[in-house]
Design a protein around this ligand. Sequence first.
Ligand code: GLA
Length: 372
Amino acid sequence: MLNRSGTWVAPGRVNLIGEHTDYNGGFCLPIALEHTTRARVRLRSDDEVRFRSTAGDRGGEYAVGVLAAFRAESYDVPGADISVDSDVPIGAGLSSSAALECAIALAINDLVGLGLPRTVLARIAQRAENEFVGAPTGILDQSASLLCTAGHALLLDCRDQSTEQVPFDPAASGLHLLVIDTRAHHQLTDGQYGDRRDECARAARALGLGSLRDAGAADLDLLGDDLLRRRARHVITENQRVLEVVVMLRAGRLGDIGPLLTASHASLRDDYEVSCPELDVAVAAALAAGARGARMTGGGFGGSAIALADSSAAVEEEVRAAFDRHGFAAPDVFEVRPGAGARREPGSTTLDERSGRTTARPTTGPPSTKGH
Ligand code: GLA
């Protein structure tokens, strides 16, 4: 009996900077978290998908969506028995859904022997989310989960999905990257995210461009509509900030990126209008406690903020006190390090295509398409 099963893990992410740029063909700079979703997957002899999770039925639609997305791309994939557990916080804006999609997409790719590159798997996982779950998200989260490597941030150019691994090691600079999960509502299917996408598409059309990626600061004066001008200004300046952060990281100046993170938050709050009181209080409190920079991360309207700080304790204490003063539920504050991308779990077995024997394969990391 051939072994057609194994275990794959895929991480959640935080985006360091480059927010709401992905669906505008722009730049993002995520890291993978050490928090992962683990999927044990066994191929079936029929077309059915059976899903079990330690979080109950939650996530079943993502599993079905990934299999459906492979089929919609004309890949001949059988059904699967999938059982899942995860330590990626759910609803915190840390891409728990992408982690689940990517673990399953990588499992199916390996078990069926499709040999697809990870950039294609990212698009299939995104398609699962867009078409089968109904969230009109970009390619950031799935790319981060599949393409990030430990110790690096991933510079992702969403125009062509090309990537560069950028060294990112806060500890080496005596710094800490903190996630502040505000526990505030986070739901990308509720319309506001889609509204932003539409506004960006309208702004690009008004400028006669295919996407805002191709717009520059000089174009802003050509936009008569104030709302569209502010949306476009966020995207244009955010792309610029991503590239400035990358230059600093490459120059060993991680400690200097703080003001760019904070400027990104102001732009998301004022021009793009996707922040919320909890995120603004988290950022203000982190800065008051001496953080070098802080910003919301992910889609916004709740979810998490990040802070780059010399002292985690000082930031955590001040954020907790500020939330208490505002009558907000207590936030969850924890430190993160750049983890590895999605991978097969060591010791997990699969069919060796050439010999037909069952073999153990080592964990393999994602390749870089542009080198270091
Ligand atoms: C969510 C989406 C991503 C991206 C971010 C904002 O996380 O899933 O595609 O658009 O919001 O940068």
